[in-house]
Design a protein around this ligand. Sequence first.
Ligand code: MEV
Length: 431
Amino acid sequence: MPVEDSRLSGFYKLSVTERRAMIANLAKLSDDEVAALANHGELDELAADRMIENVIGTMSLPVGVATNFVVDDKPYIIPFCVEESSIVAAASNMAKRCLKKGGFKTNNDEPVMIGQIQVLGLENIEEASEAVLTAKYELMAMCNSLPSTMIKLGGGCKDIIVRSIDTISGKMLVVHLLVDTRDAMGANAVNTMAELVSGKIEEITNGRVHLRILSNLATHRLAKVEATFTPEELSDDGTRENGSKIITGILEAHHFAMADPYRATTHNKGIMNAISAIALACGQDWRAIEAGCHAWAAVENGAYTSMTRWERDDEGNLVGSIETPMAVGIVGGASKVHPVARANLSILGVESAQELAGIMAAAGIAQNLGAMRALATNGIQAGHMKLHARNMAVSAGAIGDEIEQVANIVNSQSGPVTQQLVKETLDSIRD
Ligand code: MEV
């Protein structure tokens, strides 16, 4: 229900229970809705209240595990947190289909993030750039003087580069701090360094430092993963002939995404179905990851295109690869605070942020293949509707064994699966 006033003065000072009661009153929530908000599951109210502002409750999403993954010869069970059916099943199914050739292989970049410093009001950009480069080691030493575990572990500012860009406000100098953030995502460290050196940069350039912030286009922190799928593994019936035909269909689907941004957006959304779901399950900043992945899909090629590459090798196998920014961390942030994120990281058993990045990119390849294989063969709805029919059966009131029975009956008929059909089927099995 729309509220009449959204200012909610003093709201932040209330307890979570008081805030929830106030919102319930304003939005005329039912008792069930209030109870749903108050049902805080694994994240208790105190922890939630410390994470963001104006907390009134928590919200649960399913966590499911994808199976069959082998990345760099290590088997993984991968937690996904996502609301869409078929995602976990498709990823698990595709991960099984590259085992003959050893699963997924990674070759990731070092975990280097970029901190941007915008310098304005310069009379001579070239001279200012030169001045920054001359002072590079002094600036790097300033960055690395911060008391930080990341620096003690071998991370820290490793290089500084300068860029000059044309904008509507005129020419600008942009200084990039290249910071190895080790096992942290690194936003805090990078932002702190960018702020720390800004005074010195003003001094040596005679300019005015404006923005100082991390870039989510983490082009020095690419997760690079490849996998090879044999025709037999990709077939419906174990034959090379059928698998080769399916590979041709997958390549045609991929070429569509490479050439057309309308298709590439959906194709890449499918990849992010895995990457974002694992990011969420593991307490990562999934918005940062999404922004970086999509931007790179455009920047790398000059136009928005597929995040993955697919080709047939000389032996007729399908080879899939991805190179995409993957700014993840296993120390700090929600990955340490959220109890389920911690449990999910334990399930994965990762020892470094780079290992996590490789797994996420591998899952992106598998998810992409699952979608393309389905689209290039039976269409996506067949798989979706199987699970969807179960949800519809539950909404129609089915319980226990009835859910599977109703879903099987409605899925076996050829027409559309409507809620009315589901209800009639439930009534008929109860008669
Ligand atoms: C749906 O969540 C994802 C797909 O649309 C991806 C794709 O079209 O490649 C199936």
